[in-house]
Design a protein. Structure first.
Length: 400
């Protein structure tokens, strides 16, 4: 009777505002697992208590660094008063296979449960961006969050995916359909790992630097354009600066743009990515992520030029620089079913998936000048079709 007679019209709603601060450092070093290098031990020894850790290693890395597991065990033995290696390092497949197999996340969860890791323990993710994404997702969802240390070993991971706040795996044929926003406690970039990358992986990571330079920093873009041949020829000094500046720009954006967890629809750092993500799927991940991003950048820059946003001179410089870096600007999957935007084989399905992924209205970053991005909410499909044909002609001329 009492519940029926209560008058709730005068009861005000409650409002709660929660502010959460995240701090993490991105370090640059060499010989991370040499006992003479105390960096990792210092990162784990934040409160002078021995920490239990598990380590997950990219199998592709072990092909070039077969002693890495032994080095990790030796390092943790040397710093045993600080680090307790709870179980032998877990080896998982590298590349997109890591993000396409959900049993890997379950495997990590099982190890966490079996060895009794708590929220004050650490998981170390060592490998390329895909492995780091997958391990980060596992860490963020065990106990609602176990501390994560990222140790990225590719250019792409060191300058982009490894330094951000996102984790995820693929599902339902869609890139990063499952994931979390969970910052690491630290990122440790060991430049020595780059020495054994094959040329494709060395080059692929440069695409993310091209992306952020084009939309945010004309001086950085000029450096990339001027040093394109050096970067393509594996100049270490040029690459180390590229990674440092690219990481800095990404971190500044995450901290200063006002939307680190992407609650809105604006995603400037995804310049070139709506097509890239779709192309990765359409090529069954034959394309590296960075290779797909390079094509996506070329496509969006060509569209920007056709729209009258970008000058011919700037467009030509972008295309030329991408070519000098060694990127292909076209793959056949780009032109399949162009007139049927509902086809699963059409690259323009990427626009629909992009909108779903970000929520709200479509938000695509285009270019209105070097270092100056512009966000648009509608696109002209017929003009994008023309841009694709232009890229096809450019690539055909190169091949000829």
């Amino acid at each position: 009777m009492y519940l029926q007679e209560r008058n709730t019209s005068k009861i005000e709603s409650l409002h709660q505002s929660v502010a959460v601060r995240f701090d993490y450092d991105v370090h640059f070093t060499r010989g991370l697992f040499e006992p003479s290098n105390p960096l990792l031990a210092k990162v784990l020894n934040r409160d002078n208590v021995t920490k239990s850790i598990i380590v997950v290693v990219d199998s592709g890395l072990l092909e070039h660094h077969p002693q890495l597991v032994a080095q990790i065990q030796n390092y943790t033995n040397f710093y045993s008063q600080i680090i307790n290696l709870a179980v032998e390092p877990i080896v998982v497949p590298g590349g997109e296979a890591a993000k396409n197999d959900p049993t890997l996340v379950e495997q990590i969860h099982q190890v966490v449960e079996r060895v009794g890791l708590c929220r004050h323990s650490y998981i170390l993710a060592i490998g390329g961006g895909a492995v780091i994404d997958m391990v980060g997702y596992a860490a963020a969802t065990a106990h609602r969050g176990i501390r994560l240390v990222r140790i990225p070993t590719t250019v792409l991971a060191q300058n982009d995916s490894g330094v951000g706040v996102k984790n995820g795996i693929n599902a339902f044929g869609k890139k990063n359909f499952l994931g979390t926003f969970a910052p690491p406690v630290a990122v440790l970039n060991d430049f020595d790992f780059l020495n054994t990358l094959d040329d494709r992986d060395w080059r692929a990571g440069i695409a993310e630097a091209v992306k952020v330079a084009l939309i945010k920093d004309s001086n950085f873009w000029q450096f990339i354009s001027d040093r394109a041949a050096d970067l393509a020829n594996r100049d270490s000094e040029a690459m180390e600066y590229l990674i440092y500046r690219c990481s800095q720009l990404h971190l500044n954006h995450i901290a200063g743009y006002g939307d680190p967890f992407e609650m809105g629809s604006s995603r400037p750092l995804d310049f070139g990515h709506w097509a890239a993500h779709r192309l990765e799927h359409l090529t069954n991940y034959r394309l590296r992520h960075g290779e797909a991003v390079a094509i996506g950048i070329a496509l969006d820059c060509t569209y920007s030029y056709l729209q009258g946003l970008l000058t011919k001179k700037d467009w030509q410089q972008i295309i030329k620089t991408l070519q000098q870096l060694g990127f292909s600007l076209y793959v056949p999957e780009l032109a399949i079913d162009l007139d049927d935007t509902n086809s699963e084989s059409c690259v323009f399905r990427g626009l629909v998936e992009f909108k779903e992924h970000i929520g709200g209205e479509l938000a695509i970053m285009l270019l209105q000048g070097i270092g100056r991005g512009i966000e648009v909410n509608t696109v002209d499909i017929s003009l994008y079709q023309k841009a694709i044909l232009w890229l096809q002609m450019i690539e055909t001329n190169i091949s000829a």
